[in-house]
Design a protein around this ligand. Sequence first.
Ligand code: AMP
Ligand code: ZN
Length: 474
Amino acid sequence: MKIYNTMSGKKEEFEPVKEGKVSMYVCGPTVYNLIHIGNARPMIVFDTVRRYMEYKGYDVNYVSNFTDVDDKIIKKANEEGVEPSVISNRYIDECKKDMKALNVKPATTHPLATNEIDGMLDMIETLMEKGHAYKAADGTVYFRTRSFKDYGKLSHKNLDDLRGGNRSLLVSGEDQKEDPLDFVLWKPKKEGEPYWESPWCKGRPGWHIECSVMSKKYLGDEIDIHAGGEDLIFPHHENEIAQSEAANGKTFAKYWMHNGFLNIDNKKMSKSEGNFFTVRDISERYDLQILRFFMLSAHYRSPLNFSAELMEAAKNGYDRIVTCVSNLDFLIENAKADKMEDTDKADSERNALEKAKGFIAKFEEAMDDDFNTADAISSIFELVKFANTEAGEQSSREFLKALKDEIVMLSDICGLIVEKESDILDDEIEVLIKERQEARKAKNFARADEIRDDLLKQGIILEDTREGVKWKRA
Ligand code: AMP
Ligand code: ZN
């Protein structure tokens, strides 16, 4: 399995730190609002990486934080006249609802920054003892960037270029820094802000330190994969590396993975420009499985453009798989023979299953090549096409089940739910069955078939018997 490592700029063979185990840390959202569809991209992409690792037999420890102390959270809390934790808890709950609808598995641990302050104080203390951090006159603690000789190794930036670029960014209070490149580890409290006691001043942590501390606590000093959106490469991940490696004296993460950005109608997502969607907005128009399918239909490192047309294309693609699985369910229900018996027909079914395995191999090949989900989904489509031609009323139940299981298994690795559970009510089904009967009487077979197919997509199987139409849920 090859993974593109931002650190080396190359695809590298994946070799875990500990055999059979994978430790992954994915930077999570700051919780002051409903998550937007850009935030959903790393969630979906790295959940798929996790699922594939699990499919390959690895025991995956997946950690993703919620940043629950931050300027935006504090601002919103002050506007609403509530404690910041009211805001962060509300949006953590909402985020978890969106994750569930996107079929993103809960992390092994979802740590909160505010629960990890002690660990942050310890790490800052260590950095000070080792000469990598210092306290300024107002109590702010800075990381001494030039003391970490590898600074810039992830973003491939040169310290002197950064220094030139940073000069114009000097803001008030920054003049206390020894060097403009130094960044905040701990800052003094301001009026109306939450704060914690520390040896330096009453205050709160800088943003970067939380991830270094949580990654160490839940996964250890050396982890396999650290991931997030590409905007985090610099400065967030660069600063995490400096903090962790300076404090622990070990390589922080072996593989650095970053997803490309999601744009809307080829423009950067922006609230003020009006091209901004939350995941919740999209859920009002689409099943969120379609959003997941859409995200995976591109390579995770490529930029991805969101538009109504592309979502429609994603809907059609996803529906193709769902319809195939529903059709197989219908055939399974009505199959005449149970097993593949020892006949010519069984031989051809066995051959077909052998061929179907080829699509699994293609799927794996695509995923092994830096998680190329676009190609992996193409191989699911090939399998669907194959199933549509090979499966029929004469097929044995065993054969049909095997085909269905393969499609469901590959879709599941992508986190796509293709076996639809119906939420249609009995009364609604009866009305549609009646309409279908009338359509048939009027020889409007197209409409009759359409109703049958629509019901099938919702997992409702119709059976025309001598006593009339019977139905059941698949
Ligand atoms: P934030 O809450 O801004 O820290 O973002 C949480 C995660 O979403 C980070 O991994 C970001 O890199 C990622 N992210 C934010 N905006 C986008 C976007 N438009 N496209 C892809 N990823 C994004
Ligand atoms: Zn982080």
